[in-house]
Write a protein that binds this ligand. Structure first.
Ligand code: PLP
Length: 375
């Protein structure tokens, strides 16, 4: 990346995970030109959306049927309203610190812009608190929505026992379990649900799948999606001018069929695991008050020690050091997220991982005292 002043950077922000293909993948470029040359406003169903839906349902086994929309926010809105209609219930469980889109912000106890659902706010990775809330609301709960790794909240992975508890409790109380995999579907061939081997009732997607074009999708159990089958006279509506926009559908097919293949998805995950281990061994040498959390190709630095299980564990974090880290990385020609998040992309090679490690290493060295004393 080159900024307006001519400075060059390695982009490790990766458009907050949407930029998995890098900046100018030639195959995506050709696909965009091809779509343009064929005419973009067809006002009708097209072949690409059928192919993309086949690719997605093959790739994610819990997704028996899928519908496309335009953003991750929209996907979550549809998934949750569908869950409310399917169950005939109103309450939705979400987790403190979660972010599921512009109208689903739970970072600081909610937002006035949130959709006015009847929310129950539980604690991520806390089996006891969450199980109690589930029991108290069992008969009224339409859905539980969760990211299998809280990405915006600081790349905090969910424990498999916690996720299995949610699966079991949702099945027994009849609430739908919704996995927001807008970010985490990049975590290997079948997303994080494949890695955890836990099947949600509904899954939402977004970000990179449209290869840079605005994308959203929600899918899951066929009996739930059947409520939106337009062949039924009383089908729930799903209108939207750009739901099957030609660029997204065609680039999505190429992105998921030809570029982000199952094996490349697994490799990117493993590359990320190796890099995070490497960064964490640098951290461990510097101090017990700095660490990288995350999974696979997405990671976040934190200036605190101990196991981070949910955003409450980050309360005592030194936010000034985070700002300093961001500025230091910029100074070293590395463009990370301001909150200390690093997202890998497919064009990255060993030399780029070395650059990241060297940026982190030089930060830990230069600010050794502050990192050791960070509290
Ligand atoms: C986990 C998660 N869900 C949903 C969204 C919302 O997606 P969009 O920005 O496409 O509306 C985001 C965006 O950052 C996200 O990280």
């Amino acid at each position: 990346m080159i900024d307006a002043d001519g400075h060059r950077y390695l982009d490790v922000l990766g458009e907050f995970t949407a930029g998995i293909f890098g900046h100018s993948d030639p195959l995506i470029g050709e696909t965009v030109s091809d779509a343009l040359s064929k005419g973009v406003s067809n006002g009708a169903p097209g072949a690409a959306e059928i192919e993309l839906s086949q690719i997605m349902t093959e790739r994610f086994p819990a997704v028996e049927k899928i519908r496309f929309c335009n953003t991750g926010t929209e996907a979550n809105l549809y998934a949750l309203t569908l869950a409310k209609s399917f169950t005939g219930r109103q309450k939705v469980m979400v987790f403190e610190g979660a972010y599921h889109g512009g109208v689903f912000v739970f970072a600081t106890g909610g937002s006035p812009m949130n959709v006015p659902f009847d929310w129950i706010v539980a604690r991520y990775n806390d089996i006891e608190v969450t199980r109690k809330l589930l029991a108290e609301n069992a008969g009224e709960l339409a859905a539980v929505i969760i990211e299998p790794m809280m990405s915006n909240g600081g790349c905090i992975a969910a424990d498999v026992d916690f996720m299995q508890m949610l699966r079991d409790e949702c099945s027994s109380c009849g609430a739908l379990l919704v996995f927001d995999e807008v970010v985490t579907s990049r975590m290997g061939a079948e997303g994080l649900q494949g890695r955890l081997n836990i099947h949600p009732d509904l899954t939402t997607f977004g970000k990179y799948i449209g290869a840079g074009f605005s994308f959203g999708a929600f899918g899951g159990r066929a009996d739930v999606l059947e409520l939106m089958n337009p062949n039924n006279p009383d089908a729930l509506p799903h209108a939207g001018t750009y739901n099957n926009n030609v660029f997204t559908m065609q680039t999505g097919v190429v992105a998921m069929r030809d570029i982000f293949t199952r094996s490349r998805a697994d490799k990117l995950y493993e590359d990320g695991e190796r890099l995070r281990d490497r960064l964490n061994s640098l951290c461990a040498k510097a101090s017990n008050r700095v660490q990288f959390t995350g999974l696979g190709s997405t990671m976040n630095i934190h200036f605190c020690g101990g196991k981070i299980k949910n955003p409450n564990d980050l309360r005592g974090e030194n936010s000034v050091l985070k700002k300093l880290f961001h500025l230091h990385m910029l100074d070293k020609g590395i463009y990370a997220a301001r909150r200390g998040q690093i997202n890998l992309s497919l064009p990255m090679q060993q030399e780029h991982f070395d650059t990241i490690a060297s940026g982190v290493g030089s930060f830990l060295q230069r600010y050794a005292y502050h990192v050791r004393e960070a509290a």
